[in-house]
Design a protein around this ligand. Sequence first.
Ligand SMILES: Cc1cc2nc3c(=O)[nH]c(=O)nc-3n(C[C@H](O)[C@H](O)[C@H](O)COP(=O)(O)OP(=O)(O)OC[C@H]3O[C@@H](n4cnc5c(N)ncnc54)[C@H](O)[C@@H]3O)c2cc1C
Length: 392
Amino acid sequence: MPSSKTIIVGAGIGGLAAALALLRAGHRVRVIERSAALGEVGAGLSITPNASKALSYLGLAGELSRIGSTPTAGSLRHYRTGEDLVRLPQDRSRERYGYPLYHVHRADLHQVLLSAVTALDVDSVVTSEEFVDFKEDHDGVSVHCSSGWSENADYVIGADGIHSRVREQLFGPDQPNFTGYVAWRGLIPGDRVPPGLLDPPLCMTLGPRRMLMRYPLRRGSWINFVAIAKRDAWMEEGWSVRSTLDELLIEFADFEPRALDLLSLTSSDRLYKWGLFDRDPLPSWTQGRVTLLGDAAHAMPPFTGQGAVMALEDAAVLGRAAQARGAEDLFLKRYESERIGRVTDALAMSRARADLYFGDEPAEQVKALTAGMMELRTLYDYDAAAVDFDML
Ligand SMILES: Cc1cc2nc3c(=O)[nH]c(=O)nc-3n(C[C@H](O)[C@H](O)[C@H](O)COP(=O)(O)OP(=O)(O)OC[C@H]3O[C@@H](n4cnc5c(N)ncnc54)[C@H](O)[C@@H]3O)c2cc1C
């Protein structure tokens, strides 16, 4: 009997990780992606130890240590005086959790996942195909794209991001919530930055209702930054738009000179502005043979840096569920039952942090951040690879 076939909608980090997990579990997989070219808008991503565990389960521990950098020293800095309010020691995640924390370039992680998927099945990813809808009957489910292309499968996974069409077909339309924050993300070539602006290598500068974080990527050849500010509304077309350097410099004009000197080195073609949105949690992700994964299931604000991390955990648990003994058609429900509580807690934690981190007074922000770091440890303890459905 041929193995089960799963169609995954969306070749982002979540969709590709899910494809890899299912291929490794023996499924046949097709990933459909609407973009013509596969890739990611460049920016940094924190791969916390819980995501390192998931990637290790997917066979990518070596690749992760090749593309990632573990933070050395860091600081929490006062926006106006430039004083380092707290010095952060070298990251100790490997000792605490058994797995390191890495900063990676999103495009590098995406490429590693894509190479691993196509190494197992060279034809598994199809580009320039936009999912329109699915139809399910007793024997399976068929997926239809705007080009007229369609394909049958046993299961479908919507990994099509915060504006997921699979989610809409499953559960009806709902609006994403604007969190009240916008983020600029940029990359600066490391050789353009005077060393004095990079001491210590990781720095979070805290100002009233604003925050600037920077860290090195690709062994210092790029400096990644994310700058977040509170706004009443998001007025732009689309949720990620190009921004001008002037707009960014005006928003952070009262920050100390080193912060502004660094931002001034950004070239506008590498500067994007994001409205930060989330979605209310769903009581269920699965109907029949179709489920959701990643931002399609649980878009969350980035204040705990866990959006892509949760998608990687989802993928590892999906792989574990597909390998479990017993009725195969229960595997989507098993996956959902393990994941839904975990990501709902992570979403609540991320939402709760926003106003704590973006208060008026840097000393208060430091207190909230330091307490928050302790709380984050409860997230990092989770091991998606250890979920054992045979024992449940
Ligand atoms: C400012 C900011 C900072 C962040 N920092 C972090 C961080 O440090 N750590 C972290 O873990 N997360 C972070 N995140 C969150 C993270 O970026 C997302 O959670 C993650 O990228 C979600 O991945 P995904 O694969 O679920 O969705 P996406 O990356 O959105 O991928 C969805 C894919 O589906 C495709 N698609 C959509 N619709 C269709 C269709 N109809 N047909 C076919 N294909 C379709 C899209 O083209 C895309 O390729 C951050 C987010 C922001 C905005």
